[in-house]
Design a protein. Structure first.
Length: 309
């Protein structure tokens, strides 16, 4: 089943085209990453998915329920952790979660609330007023609020922005468990190492459009930014490999080490070809290292921007 289906979604704010026809589908049980620089349209898209704003054109459905015409059913299927710290200062953590449960018609939800608090290390703060919590603890409560009705689809909008390492580890442990149990997770983050570690599939956005949509493994296999670094103890680089040179170090400072070359590699099979040509030419390799492109390299190549903020 498709968890989220987005079809030709467009949104304009006066002269700004925030979304220019976004279409994608997220399957049930996926851990999906939505990445892009500031102004790419990620938050606008999430707001449309959550029913907070309406698209000018196109449609969004959650488990088959349109977010506009069948809003109540769609909202029950969705839990959203917002980027901003929004809280009611007049209630304790437990009262906040009970109220949130009540919005979804779940008056006797304490067992699940206790489990969520325990998994987010909130149990010892259960009777603490929200305004007395640190920023990191408030962030944990936002996550708990999104989960009180056990939604099959969970959207995390920059969930670890500005939080400590302990919370990041606690959160990912719990979210990974929910994903293993079948929950669909949609993540936006500017920590690309998080996306690379957690997400199986990624959409990259730029200027309101999806510019890349693929599995993480397929994106990483686009190793156009990868380099094969070879230290030659003897011999030199054959002429037919010179066009691959990204960087070369020669001269007196390397006279005892030979020569060092960084060669551009587009596919893994090219490594074997390069090594074969070096052997044929009589070159002797002292050291060798393959520096594989990571998600940040792919992001920079596709979007032409810095890392997402």
């Amino acid at each position: 089943m498709t968890a989220i289906h987005i079809s030709n979604v467009q949104k304009r704010y006066q002269s700004l085209q925030a979304l220019g026809g976004v279409s994608l589908s997220i399957e049930e049980g996926e851990f999906f990453g939505l990445l892009g620089p500031n102004g790419a349209g990620k938050t606008t898209l999430i707001s449309i998915i959550a029913g907070l704003i309406r698209a000018d054109a196109g449609s969004v459905s959650i488990h088959g329920h349109d977010v506009v015409t069948d809003f109540r059913a769609a909202r029950r299927k969705l839990g959203v952790v917002p980027q901003e710290l929004v809280f009611d200062p007049f209630f304790t953590v437990r009262e906040t979660l009970r109220l949130q449960s009540g919005y979804f018609g779940l008056p006797n939800n304490d067992k699940w609330i206790d489990e969520v608090m325990e998994n987010l290390d909130l149990t010892n703060k259960a009777d603490t007023n929200m305004r007395a919590l640190s920023g990191g603890m408030k962030r944990r409560v936002l996550v708990a609020q999104a989960l009180v009705h056990k939604p099959p689809v969970i959207v995390l909008d920059e969930p670890t922005a500005g939080v400590d390492v302990e919370l990041r580890q606690t959160l990912w442990k719990f979210i990974s468990r929910l994903n293993r149990e079948g929950h669909t997770i949609v993540l936006t983050t500017h920590y690309l190492e998080e996306a690379q570690a957690m997400c199986k599939r990624v959409a990259m956005m730029k200027l309101g459009k999806v510019v890349a949509l693929d599995t993480m493994s397929s994106l990483i296999r686009r190793i156009s930014g990868s380099q094969l670094i070879v230290h030659l103890k003897a011999g030199d680089l054959p002429p037919d490999l010179q066009h691959l040179v990204l960087h070369a170090e020669t001269g007196s400072q390397l006279s005892t080490l030979g020569r060092k070359y960084s060669l551009k590699v587009n596919e893994y099979m090219e490594v074997e070809t390069i090594l074969a040509r070096l052997r044929e030419s009589g070159a002797v390799i002292d050291e060798m290292q393959l520096q594989q492109a990571d998600l940040e390299d792919i992001f920079l190549e596709i979007t032409g921007t810095g890392a997402p903020q």
